[in-house]
Design a binder for this molecule. Structure first.
Ligand code: GLP
Length: 259
């Protein structure tokens, strides 16, 4: 696991975006795994800037998103499909037919999730998976207690995630937040060839500590990344405050990134 600690979230987002831009330039048919939430927005803006500057094109890129609220249509302004359209897809030259988000209105969620896994496999698997992290250490919607081998399925949100999500979205209304979702599993996520996890702000200190330095456990599903051989954590100083080996991470990431 490479831990890149930057002074600010802006700096971290730019570095992470540069990594994706470089990968897409090298392989224009890159398969991306994408995440929602407030955290990746700055990185998505940086990716869009690179497209505008004609440094890279997403015309042949395909993407699969991590999750979607169960019961929300993709046209709902709080759905993750809507979020992706607004915050990334409309800003880059990706073909919308090449973007995939689980269908929150699927009548048969088991079938929907199995088909999603099949699509990813048929595309050759995910090259780069982008992740945020929940304040309880979850990735996608894999809440504490989810098997680290889990596959894409219907899952249930913890009250703390419902609260976090209501604070940032749904105009603060906890009742309006769906209590279940369709989500890629931890096992599915860990099959990506490269993983980029972003974590910003004080609210993520404990989650990041669990992810990077805690025991690998289903009680912090982000800790599964410890067993991945190409996982990158881009964080700001506020989120990194509780990490013990900060100096070592800084030295190693600077060496690896050629900074
Ligand atoms: C939700 C999403 C996660 C995201 C998390 C954190 O639970 N399913 O993918 O990482 O929120 O969101 P934020 O980045 O807004 O803190």
């Amino acid at each position: 696991m490479e831990v890149v600690i930057c002074k600010t979230k802006e700096e971290a987002s730019k570095l992470a975006a540069d990594m994706i831009t470089a990968a897409v330039k090298k392989n224009p048919k890159t398969v991306l795994g994408l995440a929602t939430g407030s955290t990746p927005v700055l990185m998505y803006n940086e990716m869009a800037k690179a497209v505008k500057a004609r440094k890279v094109s997403y015309k042949q890129v395909k993407s699969w998103n991590l999750d979607e609220y169960y019961g929300l249509a993709g046209t709902h302004d709080q759905s993750y499909r809507y979020f992706m359209n607004e915050n990334l897809f409309k800003k880059i030259d990706i073909q919308i037919k090449n973007t995939h988000v689980l269908n929150g209105l699927a009548k048969d969620p088991v079938k929907e999730c199995a088909a999603y896994e099949k699509q990813i496999k048929a595309a050759g698997g995910i090259d780069i998976q982008v992740l945020g992290i929940g304040s309880d250490g979850h990735i996608a919607f894999n809440e504490p207690g989810t098997s680290l081998a889990s596959r894409t399925s219907i899952v249930y949100l913890t009250p703390s995630t419902v609260k976090d999500n209501a604070r940032l979205f749904f105009k603060g209304d906890m009742e309006a937040v769906p209590k279940s979702a369709l989500s890629m599993g931890v096992g599915t996520i860990c099959e990506a060839k490269k993983i980029i996890l972003l974590a910003f702000g004080e609210n993520k200190q404990d989650a990041l500590k669990g992810c990077v330095e805690g025991p690998m456990s289903q009680f912090c599903t982000a800790s599964a990344l410890q067993a991945h051989n190409d996982a990158w954590i881009f964080c700001d100083e506020a989120a990194a405050k509780k990490l013990k080996l900060k100096k070592y991470y800084a030295w190693r990431s600077a060496t690896k990134l050629g900074l």
